[in-house]
Write a protein of this length. Structure first.
Length: 340
């Protein structure tokens, strides 16, 4: 069955076609709104919603043309139902449900994080169920035990800022602009390890919870102290200290999750999962601790329609219920462990 995937949870409009029979991922396209929101230093929800509406039809036509398929070939439409920005979600849901109703097709509302944690299954080197998943992005830092499609057990999550939020806030302190996370990671590559000492929040707490807001505050305190003493701050070294601290915590918690669950496969998904320092550290830990790590393709780490189309196809294959009719809703807040 040919599934159209629609992703509009925040500031990327993603469309994709996935053939659940034999073709796999046929085409996908993403439009990023970064340039539009950069002037405001963050996402403006109303602008995001309006831009999604402008992009949905052209991107749908684009992926159909790339795949050499017609709209009549579609067998189902999957869309992001939540979590995310309410207006952005409504833009995608209204488009997807209206198109499905007009074509007489099933529509499948997908949890945004389910799309992320299943996305490594699209890779040539893919995990098998069950596995542990680290979901690490701008809005989420969670460890999940993934039993099968629709069965997700929360092992631990952040008590405050997600890792991606801490990246962006720290980047702003260093004057790196928006979005700052990737720029901070790039700057850290040229930094000297160990020049600045930053805490590793909750690294020895004995549980699988996270906390990153204090780490960002430590960077702010260090900047104020050094400026007051008129000492020259070295941004690359401070960026390296921050990234090393986040990576140390994430790796320690992942290793503990693998030990406690007894599983041997770790999936890393979400935007921060593309961080080169995190990947190198997790790969090194996996070699010594005896587990395997799986990542989505770099282009599928950020929000995209491919992961939504794929999750929809898996749900249809597993016999999970789809929606029908013209009515619909979205879920800006939605606990992943509550879905089935």
């Amino acid at each position: 069955m040919l599934v159209l995937g629609v992703e509009t949870s925040c500031d990327e409009t993603g469309l994709a076609l996935y053939d659940g029979q034999a073709g796999g991922l046929l085409a996908h396209a993403v439009h990023s709104q970064v340039a539009m929101h950069e002037a405001y230093g963050g996402v403006v929800p109303e602008l995001a919603s309006r831009d999604h509406l402008r992009r949905l039809v052209p991107l749908t036509r684009e992926v159909l043309a790339r795949a050499g398929r017609r709209i009549e070939d579609l067998g189902a439409i999957a869309y992001t139902e939540g979590p995310g920005l309410a207006g952005a979600l409504l833009a995608g849901a209204a488009f997807a449900r209206s198109l499905a109703h007009a074509l007489g097709l099933p529509a499948i509302g997908i949890h945004h994080l389910e799309g992320h944690l299943l996305s490594p299954l699209l890779s040539a080197r893919a995990p098998t169920f069950p596995f542990v998943a680290l979901l690490v992005s701008g809005g989420h830092t969670q460890l999940m035990r993934v039993h099968e499609v629709g069965r997700y057990e929360l092992l631990g999550e952040t008590l405050d800022d997600a890792a991606g939020e801490a990246f962006d806030k720290t980047a702003k302190l260093l004057g790196l602009g928006y979005p700052g996370g990737p720029a901070l990671s790039k700057l850290a590559e040229s930094g000297t390890p160990g020049r600045y000492k930053l805490p590793r929040p909750m690294i020895g707490s004995g549980d699988l919870e996270f906390s990153f807001s204090g780490l960002k505050t430590s960077v702010s305190t260090l900047l104020r102290k050094e400026n007051k003493n008129e000492e020259k701050i070295r941004p690359p070294d401070l960026a390296r200290a921050f990234v090393d601290a986040v990576v140390d915590v994430l790796v320690a918690k992942c290793a503990l999750a693998m030990e406690r669950t007894g599983l041997t496969q770790l999936v890393v998904a979400g935007g921060v999962g593309a961080n080169s320092q995190l990947r190198a550290a997790l790969n090194a830990k996996a070699r010594t601790a005896g587990f395997d790590v799986f990542y989505p393709e770099p282009e599928l780490c950020t929000d995209n329609g491919a992961m939504i189309a794929f999750a929809g196809a898996l749900r249809l294959k597993a016999g999970k219920p789809a929606n029908s009719g013209a009515g619909f809703g979205v879920r800006p807040r939605w606990d992943l462990a509550s879905i089935s």
